[in-house]
Design a protein around this ligand. Sequence first.
Ligand code: SAM
Length: 266
Amino acid sequence: MLVYHLPGTFETREAHLDLLWEAGATGLEERAGLIRAYFDAPADVHPDIADGEWQEEAEQDWQAEFRRTLRPVKAGRLTIVPPWLVQEVEAGQVPLIIEPGMAFGTGHHATTRMAVEALSELDLAGLRVLDVGTGSGVLAIAAALLGADHAVGVDIDPITIPIARENAEINSVPARRSRFEEGSLGLGDADWQDRPFDVLVANLYAELHDLLAGEYAAHMQADAPLILTGILTGKLPLVREALEREGFGAVQVREDGEWVLLTARA
Ligand code: SAM
């Protein structure tokens, strides 16, 4: 891989970026006070950008690098792992296997981990759980592994649904105990929302929780636990007010860095 290192940043050399593209750069990146311009072959550069240096660098396999950096993530009674690290799960922990891919939810985000922890504290035996914004299916699968009778995961992004179904299969969660559907609350009737749920979990974002709070209340049994995350600390008042407005009680807050998880009761 041929890289032309040009001293400066995108800001300080803004006027020169076009000259790099004109010279045939296939990509530009800024790192540690240097602009790195990628080329397929050596090129003549304009005198204004002649203060750079050509370097041949080893090809980096980013996918392999990413896979090497993944570690198991302990979350309550479960440990979220990619398939190739299952043997590293400690005795007594239940493996929750997620193949890292196109859908959000490998366990490496604080919100996913906190939500699995919160689910892990509940006795889910025999209960029906709804996971709104299921992504990789991680929270619905966690619920099933923790004993839920049936877990439904819904997402507005159709790409996530086959991924979530595949992850459920990898975890040996049978189709009769889990269901993944494109859709959401408030987007028309679907048969998965015929009956109220015993637990609802949603890792979305504060503004959406505000919009959906009434739907959450309408689709939950009385006194059922609600777990909401994806909330930045600064947006906590918005979600708190929405829960109060819709009659939720017993609101509790947990924080991890800039992220918040709320638990409440319908
Ligand atoms: N549940 C996974 C987790 O905890 O890691 C994924 C959470 S990811 C932050 C949010 C997911 O919500 C995305 O897959 C996105 O497509 C989905 N989403 C966004 N808006 C939605 C909505 N209104 N209804 C359902 N899903 C939604």
